[in-house]
Design a protein around this ligand. Structure first.
Ligand code: NAP
Ligand code: GCO
Length: 269
């Protein structure tokens, strides 16, 4: 490959931290960043899951550094950052991936349910970004990638907390860009479409009588690519937004959704 293009996308010498990356989208993105040359750090909420994940990374040829840390807990986040700084180095690339969803009608959603989702999906990225920004400012370089959602743009029944948090995350992305762009820090988002992971498994599992889940057909009809996405679909976009190739891209959300946001959906046959 052309060496200029290779150097534009290479992450050699960079330290990447991906939150909630024991499996799913975070794991896929972390593997991609590792294959592009970065040293991979990740966090999970339990040491046993982290150990399983380390083995899964090793199978991909990546020696990943795993830490136990809840992204909503500032003291745990600061302790993790101190360990990473001492054991691996300053974080050059942060991917705010950790997230949860609660699906229930807003009329049944308690304020506590709502706060919990906003805490993990919006306050978590705020706490994590605050922890890496001083090092990035010192280095006069840094990349923050926030994993947003179609719900950063759209609403749907049963996901009020999630849509509020992911819409907020889009604006946090723009605000970090506005406030820290002068330090050569780029903060962008990736907005995945419907990706087959444990988070969306309940939307795909067959109904009690064995018939297909109607949500599956709904998503296929809404998606011009006519398929669910996989974590691998997010690899190229993540490497792009983590690399020098995107050094003048800031405050943007890159939707990786098989075309859903561009389309009204298929006409029922
Ligand atoms: P997932 O399989 O449920 O994985 C979420 C990860 O986040 C898990 O590793 C989970 O750890 C971790 N996590 C949750 N709360 C945490 C906390 N307080 N501190 C640290 N880690 C925490 O979900 P996914 O589908 O891979 O989604 C990853 C991200 O992409 C989420 O932000 C999600 O909203 C977003 N997203 C997903 C889709 C999709 O279709 N799947 C589409 C758009 C956006 P545990 O294993 O300990 O629970
Ligand atoms: C839902 C889904 C979505 C997706 C994703 C879409 O219940 O509608 O879980 O919210 O996970 O975030 O981009």
């Amino acid at each position: 490959m052309n060496t200029y293009i290779e150097s534009q996308f290479s992450l050699n010498g960079k330290v990447a931290l991906v939150t909630g990356a024991t499996h799913g989208i975070g794991f896929g993105i972390a593997v991609a960043l590792g294959k592009a040359g970065a040293t991979v750090c990740f966090n999970g909420r339990s040491e046993s899951k982290n150990e399983e994940a380390r083995k899964a990374y090793a199978k991909q040829g990546i020696e990943a550094h795993g830490y136990v840390c809840d992204v909503t807990d500032t003291s745990q986040v600061n302790a993790m950052m101190a360990k990473i700084e001492a054991e691996v180095g300053t974080v050059d690339i942060l991917v705010n991936n950790a997230g949860i969803i609660q699906r229930k009608s807003m009329l049944e959603m308690s304020a506590e349910d709502f706060r919990k989702v906003v805490d993990v999906d919006l306050a978590g990225p705020f706490i994590m970004a605050k922890a890496v920004l001083p090092g990035m400012i010192r280095n006069n370089a840094g990349k923050i990638i926030n994993i947003c959602s179609l719900m950063s743009e759209l609403g749907r029944e049963t996901v009020a907390g999630y849509a509020a948090a992911k819409g907020g995350l889009k604006m946090l992305t723009r605000n970090i860009c506005a406030e820290f762009g002068e330090y050569n820090i780029q903060c962008n988002g990736i907005g995945p479409g419907y990706i087959a992971t444990s988070q969306t498994a309940p939307l795909r599992q067959p109904q009690a009588d064995g018939s297909p889940n109607p949500f599956d057909a709904f998503i296929l009809a809404k998606t011009p690519a006519h398929r669910w996405g996989s974590p691998e679909d997010l690899e190229g976009p993540a490497v792009f937004l983590a690399s020098a190739a995107s050094d003048f891209v800031n405050g943007q959300i890159l939707y990786v959704d098989g075309g859903i946001l561009a389309s009204l959906g298929r006409t029922p046959q």
